[in-house]
Design a protein around this ligand. Structure first.
Ligand code: TXA
Ligand code: MG
Length: 349
């Protein structure tokens, strides 16, 4: 398949967006920017589009897709039993990086929801995403536009790298603003539950809701319980090389990483360190990448996936990464880092 490539910097760059909308309406698939990460869109009401998305990503078809809307009134077209708490969350955080799960209406095909009777819905704030969803008829199913297992794309080049020849079009709207996928909250139970941490934190949700739970498997996966968002069980975001997270006090972490990198270097491995501005001068490795200052977690979130891809571009074989506190946005950053490392963590003492 030939993949068309179009640069769009604004929503009113309408020719390319209209062209992409026509592709979606005909059952094709298009990578497009959102404020979180790039999505790989297809018509959410067309079962064949969902199949094409799974095939292009190499994604297991039991892993449901998020349906993106661009008008609040469209929520009740696809979701049932919308609780008052969901309307309050929508009022506070839509359009934006929040996904909510509801019981689905019949018109949403099971192919889109990975066989589930529930549907995940998000109203993104990115103007190109909103315009494209409108052109496509209002309901666009979109997982992140990466090959399954790889870090989510934060610019159009990442999408082309993973999906050139596998999708109908890449709409390139430059770098995204947030860099981590949306927060997913299940609204179908008695207490709203976070299934995937994201830019909207538990503390943010609690400004609107009385009570919020966090799926316990996000904090610890030791007891072998499956996470409630099917996609969270798969290895994800992983660079090709071995990646180890090092936790502990800063000084001990620096010492431990220096030791491990030196040992790997002696074995002839190409080494990398994922660190912060506070420590980047302390390391000697083939590739030392700082995600930014510890004082600016939003910057760290925005750069994380792109840095993970850089290690692959440089064929890094052994990577040590510093860790972060799991408070607020740190919970989402650490959730992605732990998945990238496949659970490989050591404690520096
Ligand atoms: O920010 C985002 O959410 C991005 C952009 C493109 O909008 N999309 C995204 O989609 O991250 P994806 O497919 O990479 O991740 C969706 C996650 C998966 O873990 C999936 O299992 C979960 O949402 N999910 C979707 N529908 C669900 C449902 N009905 N019940 C439970 N989990 C669901
Ligand atoms: Mg994804």
């Amino acid at each position: 398949m030939k993949t068309l490539y179009r640069e769009v910097n604004q929503a009113w760059d309408s020719a390319a967006i209209e062209e992409a909308g026509r592709i979606l309406k005909k059952g094709g698939i298009v990578a497009f920017p959102t404020e979180t990460v790039y999505g790989l869109g297809g018509d959410a009401l067309n079962p064949d589009s969902a199949k094409k998305i799974y095939a292009a990503k190499g994604r297991p078809s039991d892993n449901p897709l998020i349906v993106h809307i661009c008008r609040m009134e469209d929520l009740s077209e696809i979701a049932e039993e919308i609780p008052a708490g969901a309307l309050a969350l929508a009022e506070a955080f839509w359009p934006g990086p929040l996904t909510m799960i509801f019981h689905k209406k019949k018109r949403v095909p099971l192919e889109t929801t990975g066989g589930l009777s529930t549907v995940a819905v998000r109203f993104p704030s990115h103007p190109v995403a909103q315009a494209l969803i409108g052109e496509a008829g209002g309901f666009v199913a979109a997982p992140s536009a990466n090959l399954s297992g790889k870090p989510s794309p934060t610019n159009g080049k990442h999408c082309l790298h993973d999906l050139n020849g596998r999708v109908d079009m890449v709409l390139d709207g430059g770098e995204v603003g947030i860099g981590l996928e949306s927060t997913i909250v299940d609204m179908t139970g008695p207490v709203p539950e976070i299934l995937r941490p994201g830019f909207v934190t538990k503390e943010d949700l609690l400004t609107v809701l009385k009570e919020v739970r966090i799926d316990g498997t996000i904090i610890s996966d030791k007891d072998g319980t499956a996470p409630k968002a099917p996609g969270m069980k798969y290895r994800h975001y992983a660079p090709a090389g071995t990646m180890i997270l090092v936790e502990g006090e800063q000084e001990a972490v620096v010492k431990k990483i220096r030791e491990m990198i030196a040992a790997a270097g002696k074995e002839g491995k190409k080494t990398g360190v994922l660190c912060t501005d506070e420590t980047k001068e302390c390391y000697q490795a083939d590739l030392v990448l700082s995600a930014g200052s510890r004082k600016n977690e939003e910057e760290i979130a925005r750069r994380l996936f792109s840095l993970l891809r850089t290690f692959d571009e440089e064929n890094t074989e052994f990577i040590c990464a510093e860790t972060f506190s799991e408070e607020r946005l740190g919970l989402a950053i650490m959730n992605r880092l732990k998945k990238a490392a496949g659970g490989n963590t050591v404690r520096a003492t």
